[in-house]
Write a protein that binds this ligand. Structure first.
Ligand SMILES: CC(=O)N[C@H]1[C@@H](OP(=O)(O)OP(=O)(O)OC[C@H]2O[C@@H](n3ccc(=O)[nH]c3=O)[C@H](O)[C@@H]2O)O[C@H](CO)[C@@H](O)[C@@H]1O
Length: 401
């Protein structure tokens, strides 16, 4: 089985794709997974490191980019379709899955037009325009929030949750032991969040008496690293301040409380990790979708949510203090988050993809069309390869998985 995963840009789109790739490679009959993204997205760094080949196309966004960005996006469209057709003809995948982000649209649409079984995975409670359009062409739409289903043709929707990377899952499935020191994990999605960085620094002014009683890990994103580091130092707080957290699994495990945005993949992780959280949605997300994501957790008592515009540092400090002083409340939030988690998302999604392939091409998929010997295929999947450097150029780095 050969699976092509299109999309990325940010971690919220890319990481569910990585989780799906891990699943189909280790537990299913997939012997090859190929990603398609752009050279500007996070995938250019992460996909080769994870050991999968990456093809790139020139896709750009259309919405929220201003007039110049919109025009650039329009001009890039025809080329991105041509590139998508070429990639699909070369790789002959058995199924194509879009995980959102600029490259998802042209690749998934081109695949659907070529008659290849296609699916999209919508992470958010409020789907973006591209996925709403693609929903009309693909065979299956995977959703993660009940509310999202209403935006797609009813018969196509499968509510499975957002797939979570294996290294996180392995840790999450272990116990959620209480911590000796109250530990805060502060992060702003895959890119960091200035609004959270500023409010957290302001909050420190009101948490002075807790200095020795708080452990803080704070991810800032690229631009604010030094400012935030200096802020903690100037206010006399000992914190681990980093630009990006590679090992989110340990970061979650060590946290008593998480302060973060409400990106859909983050929320899926919080639920499976059974973590209490204070959510501060990104106020400029398309159609305010992060607030809608957050409401699902708030509604069930798993999280608190504050709009950035209404949240002062003082208020954030008082909420942190309150939760620290009410361990039983924190436990209840953790329990409620856990009840919403969907640890089987990657598995359920992969099962459906195998069905799609078998229905269309039979159990060997298009192996023969690709010049492979189907009898050489090992049921149960083969092992993932070791990364072979960071080549992310188009076309030249395909590797048997
Ligand atoms: C600004 C914007 O539009 N953001 C969108 C983007 O968010 P974004 O890319 O921030 O996505 P999420 O918050 O959903 O997920 C972040 C992912 O990055 C990982 N991580 C994060 C920080 C870090 O230091 N290290 C790390 O590995 C997290 O574990 C998680 O897997 O995609 C999400 C999923 O479609 C959307 O809900 C968000 O609205």
């Amino acid at each position: 089985m050969k699976v092509l995963i299109a999309g990325g840009g940010t971690g919220g789109h890319l990481y569910p794709g990585i989780a799906l790739a891990e699943e189909v490679v280790t537990r299913h009959h997939a012997n090859q997974v190929v990603f398609v993204g752009t050279t500007r997205g996070l995938e250019a760094r992460v996909v080769p490191r994870e050991g999968y080949p990456l093809e790139t196309i020139q896709a750009r966004g259309l919405k929220g980019k201003g007039l110049v960005g919109f025009i650039q996006g329009l001009f890039a469209l025809p080329m991105s379709f041509i590139e998508s057709f070429r990639i699909l003809r070369r790789h002959k995948p058995d199924v194509v899955v879009g995980v959102g982000g600029y490259s998802s649209g042209p690749v998934v649409l081109a695949a659907a037009l070529l008659g290849i079984p296609t699916a999209v995975q919508e992470q958010n409670a409020l789907p973006g325009l591209t996925n709403k359009l693609l929903g009309k062409f693909v065979r299956v739409v995977f959703t993660a929030f009940e509310g999202a289903s209403a935006f797609f043709p009813a018969g196509k929707v499968q509510l499975v949750g957002n797939p979570i990377r294996r290294k996180l899952m392995d840790n999450f499935l272990r116990s959620n032991a209480p911590h000796e020191t109250f530990s805060l994990l502060v992060f702003g999605g895959s890119l960091g969040a200035r609004g959270i960085n500023q409010r957290m620094l302001d909050a420190l002014d009101h948490l002075g008496d807790l200095k020795g009683q708080l452990k803080i890990v704070h991810q800032t994103g690229k631009n604010d690293l030094e400012t935030v580091r200096q802020g903690y130092a100037a206010k006399g707080f000992d914190a681990e301040v980093v630009e990006f957290i590679d090992d989110m699994s340990s970061a979650y495990a060590l946290a008593s409380l998480v302060v973060c945005r409400a990106g859909a993949t983050t929320l899926a992780e919080l639920m499976v990790a059974k973590k209490a959280s204070i959510l501060i949605p990104f106020p400029f997300a398309t159609d305010n979708h992060q607030e809608v994501n957050a409401q699902a957790l708030v509604g069930s008592g798993a999280a608190l949510m504050f709009r950035e515009s209404e949240l002062s540092g003082e208020k954030l400090a008082s909420e942190i203090r309150r939760l620290k002083n009410e361990p039983e409340r924190l436990r209840q939030m953790e329990k409620k988050a856990g009840l919403m988690g969907r640890p089987e998302a990657a598995k359920e999604l992969a099962d459906v993809l195998v069905d799609l392939m078998v229905k269309k091409y039979g159990p060997d998929g298009r192996a023969e069309a690709r010049g492979e010997d189907p009898r050489a295929k090992k049921p149960g999947g083969s092992k993932k390869p070791k990364p072979e450097g960071g080549n992310s150029s188009s076309g030249s780095n395909e590797k048997q998985v």
